[in-house]
Design a protein around this ligand. Structure first.
Ligand SMILES: *Cc1c(COP(=O)(O)O)cnc(C)c1O
Length: 394
């Protein structure tokens, strides 16, 4: 368990709960109850029934033969792109909506950047009949009109965050404030392995279904549970945490994280946190984040909205610092090349985020008899506008 959270909510030097006193009762209620609730057989049954019948799990573990041929190794894709709503995010929102119900909450608040977590949250609120309020930066509302429309169609109220830079950071602040003012009836659904303890651990546990499935699926296909490599992209780090979770203590499995280098690590337009970040506190936990000398958070940049985040979750900061995971910084153009490659070799159009994980392949030098599992976190439909422009498709 040396790479997992300890009872104080820390992964090595990272994690904890750095929150304003007004938020303490809300977070404490969750901390005191989450493990016990998750372990209840009735919770487990409801969670797994919904993952099967609503999300469509287990997602396939697909042997990508033409991609394997090209890179002279054995490549499997974990098909999170086939989840309902098109990405892994719904695994977590299903878990958290059930948690909210067990805690007696009937309202949900969430923040969203590009809108993908907002859509996954609005989806499960519709499913369960809970009121849903999503805070979103005013600038993001303009940039991400289709996701705003989806959330509204699903019955959610989208509230524009007008403060600061009018993006994710400000939406997060306003969602927190909303939660402080509504502690009794509202649960706050965080969308990645970030935020104060117990969020990173709770979200990692909900997403860990990914590696749980990889293990038995690989056993069926290759006769062994542990691959040589697991590769995943890291925005906040939830799909990577889920894909790594059951391999954390299996040293024969190398864990590889792909961050967004944007236009280049040194370009000033990047989101490669482990390359550029320093230790500090962001969104309630101690981790690595991109900040200036005087501690101002630097606006991140990536071609992919889901990786455009100035920090990483505390588990990943710990995996980086201890060397348990190796981090690659993948540039926009590399991700675009890999998106085109997967589309034409396997007939699968990946999300731009997932394309960053695929773009590790040319750097990897895996051997012919080794097994590489890539977590394909989402599908590319939402990125078609970018692909049309950047790959000259029109
Ligand atoms: C949101 C998103 C990500 C990044 O979030 P993580 O918490 O790092 O997983 C990656 N891929 C897709 C498809 C996403 O929607």
């Amino acid at each position: 368990m040396k790479f997992n959270v300890n009872e104080k909510g820390y992964y090595g030097d990272f994690g904890g709960a750095f929150i304003p006193e007004m938020l303490y009762p809300n977070v404490e209620e969750l901390r005191l109850n989450y493990l016990q609730i998750m372990q209840e057989p009735s919770f487990q049954k409801e969670f797994h029934d919904l993952l099967r019948d609503y999300v469509g799990r287990p997602t396939p573990l697909f042997k990508a033969n033409r991609l394997s041929e090209k890179y002279q190794t054995n490549i499997y894709l974990k098909r999170e792109d086939l989840c309902h709503t098109g990405a892994h995010k719904v695994n977590n929102t299903i878990g958290q909506i059930l948690m909210a119900k067990r805690l007696g909450k009937n309202k949900i608040v969430a923040e969203t950047g590009a809108g993908q977590h907002g859509v996954a949250t609005a989806t499960v609120c519709a499913l369960m009949g809970l009121e849903c309020i999503v805070y979103m930066g005013a600038i993001d509302i303009e940039r991400q009109a289709p996701n705003v429309a989806r959330m509204r169609m699903l019955g959610a109220t989208v509230v524009a965050a007008q403060s600061g830079s009018k993006t994710l950071k400000d939406a997060t602040n306003e969602a927190m404030r909303h939660w402080i003012n509504n502690p009794v009836d509202t649960h706050y659904i965080i969308g990645s392995v970030v935020g104060p303890h117990p969020y990173p651990d709770m979200v990692a546990r909900f997403q860990s279904v990914i590696s749980e499935e990889i293990k038995w699926q690989l056993k069926e296909k290759e006769g062994k549970e542990n691959p040589d490599y697991v590769i995943a992209c890291v925005g906040g780090g939830s799909n990577a945490a889920g894909a790594f979770y059951h391999f954390l203590d299996a040293p024969e499995t190398k864990l590889i994280a792909a961050e967004a280098a944007g236009q280049g690590v040194a370009s000033g337009h990047s989101a490669a946190t482990t390359f550029l970040g320093k230790e500090g506190v962001l969104h309630g936990s101690r981790s690595l984040l991109m900040q200036t000398e005087d501690g101002q958070v630097v606006e991140p940049y990536s071609i992919s909205a889901g990786l455009d985040y100035p920090g990483i979750g505390p588990m990943h900061a710990h995996l980086f610092k201890t060397g348990r995971a190796q981090f690659f910084a993948i540039e926009d153009d590399e991700a675009l090349t890999s998106a085109l490659e997967l589309s034409q070799l396997e007939g699968i159009i990946p999300a731009l985020e997932s394309s960053h994980a695929l773009a590790v392949l040319p750097h990897l030098k895996a051997k012919k008899d080794e097994i590489v599992v890539i977590n394909l976190s989402g599908r590319g439909d939402k990125d078609l506008g970018t692909y049309m422009k950047r790959l000259n498709l029109i």
